[in-house]
Design a protein around this ligand. Structure first.
Ligand SMILES: C[S@@+](CC[C@H](N)C(=O)[O-])C[C@H]1O[C@@H](n2cnc3c(N)ncnc32)[C@H](O)[C@@H]1O
Ligand SMILES: Nc1nc2[nH]cc(C(=O)O)c2c(=O)[nH]1
Ligand code: SF4
Ligand SMILES: [Mg+2]
Length: 215
């Protein structure tokens, strides 16, 4: 019998600040623990601690917010085995489910009804060697790709990968500035100048509320 409980840092209700459903009221389930250490990580408080909750208890808390959308994030959600069961259960409960993942763990066993938001780690994240490039084969137009850009060098690298792997023909590709590390207006200009087929994104929740946990 698999262990159907997970280590959870927080469950909170907010406006989705990123991705295709930006602005939509969403319940966030933040799983504890991550094997990566991106230099810009805004969720380091999820590396340790957390509370072990059964899938039933998680779903119960999620339901209390009366939202249609649920975002499973972390930490690295796929680092916990029972994450797959949690995602299946949320789908069975008729939620619109998205999963934020580093792309360092295989996504192929994640239910394709989940919108998998795969972050391609850039050189200046410090974790570029962790990208599992075979994940790209499993993506559908219902999934999403994201580059968090820390510098002009990261931008050039992301632009190269976009072309090399024809990423924009697979699904929507987001370019997002690493918060406070690259000027957002500069990134916007670079994208326009190079006529890239990507979607510029700012983390809406940080514009509204700053870099607070649980928002
Ligand atoms: C905290 S991570 C959790 C999910 C997963 N570990 C990952 O990296 O995708 C969620 C998203 O926030 C992004 N993120 C973290 N810190 C950021 C920052 N300082 N600026 C912009 N995006 C950031 C990550 O790159 C990732 O796309
Ligand atoms: N409002 C809000 N939207 C988010 N979208 C992705 C988040 C994350 O930390 O993964 C996040 C978050 O932390 N807050
Ligand atoms: S993979 Fe995600 S949670 Fe882990 S350090 Fe990087 S941004 Fe933070
Ligand atoms: Mg966040």
């Amino acid at each position: 019998m698999p262990d159907l409980s997970l280590k959870i840092t927080e469950i909170f209700y907010s406006l989705q600040g990123e991705s295709l459903t930006v602005g939509v009221p969403t319940v966030f389930v933040r799983l504890t623990g991550c094997p990566l250490r991106c230099q810009y990580c805004d969720s380091e408080y999820a590396f340790h601690g957390g509370e072990r909750l059964s899938i039933d208890a998680i779903v119960e808390q999620v339901r209390q917010h009366n939202a249609r959308n649920v975002c499973v994030t972390g930490g690295e959600p796929l680092a916990q085995k029972a994450c797959l069961s949690l995602l299946n259960r949320l789908i069975d409960e008729q939620f619109e489910v998205s999963l934020e993942t580093s792309g360092a763990m295989p996504i192929e066993d994640v239910d394709t009804r989940v919108s998998r938001v795969v972050d391609i780690k850039t050189p200046d994240s410090g974790e570029v060697d962790r990208n599992l490039w075979q994940n790209l084969q499993h993506l559908t137009p219902h999934d999403q790709l994201k580059f968090v850009i820390c510098s002009r060098n990261d931008y050039e690298w992301a632009r190269f990968k976009l072309a090399e792997c024809s990423l924009d023909s697979i699904t929507t590709v987001f370019f997002s500035p690493s918060f406070g590390q690259v000027d957002a207006a500069d990134l916007a200009q670079w994208i326009l100048k190079d006529q890239l087929n990507v979607r510029f994104q700012l983390q809406l929740h940080k514009i509204l509320w700053g870099d607070e946990p649980g928002r």
